[in-house]
Design a protein around this ligand. Structure first.
Ligand SMILES: [Zn+2]
Ligand SMILES: [Zn+2]
Ligand SMILES: [Zn+2]
Length: 157
């Protein structure tokens, strides 16, 4: 009985990681990127994480396997390819989060609101909440509209 349960559990874990690495290879292939250790690992971190990540979060999660420059370059490549997008924060640092499928090289469509939880400090992409239009004086032309809402998230409230 116990062995059977363990086997089911193992199968579940194997299926899960199998799907994940297939997704990772698929994303890299679709973007004409060669599969490297750092790209695989960093994509895996984004796919398994709930919420946006800072450079230092990624550094921590890779377990010092890659140096700062490698992580930085990988993140830059992913941003350029439309795989991840940046989210500005109140303290002028940058967070990164996975894009939806419609982002392409050099063109992002991430017009959603971001939410930062005061309790758990997680920043979420609210993919279904479209950035509201902002009425500006006639002579002002908007380029980027970023909406960052703070409060208590669904997991904490
Ligand atoms: Zn994007
Ligand atoms: Zn929270
Ligand atoms: Zn986002």
């Amino acid at each position: 009985m116990q062995i059977v349960l363990l086997q089911i559990l193992l199968n579940k874990i194997c299926n899960f990681t199998g799907m994940e690495s297939a997704a990772i290879n698929d994303i890299l292939k679709r973007n004409q990127l060669s599969v490297t250790g750092s790209r695989k690992k960093i994509l895996d971190i984004f796919l398994t994480n709930n919420g946006a990540l800072a450079h230092h979060d990624i550094e921590e999660k890779t377990g010092e396997k890659f140096d700062r420059v490698t992580i930085y370059r990988t993140l830059q490549t992913f941003v350029e390819k439309g795989i991840i997008h940046t989210i500005p924060t109140a303290d002028n640092s940058v967070l990164y989060a996975l894009c939806k499928d419609e982002c392409t090289t050099g063109y992002h469509h991430d017009n959603h609101v971001h939410f930062v939880c005061d309790n758990c400090n997680v920043t979420y992409c609210l993919d279904d909440v479209v950035t509201p239009e902002v009425k500006l004086p006639k002579t002002f032309k908007p380029k980027v509209i970023e909406v960052l809402v703070s409060g208590v998230c669904g997991n904490c409230g």
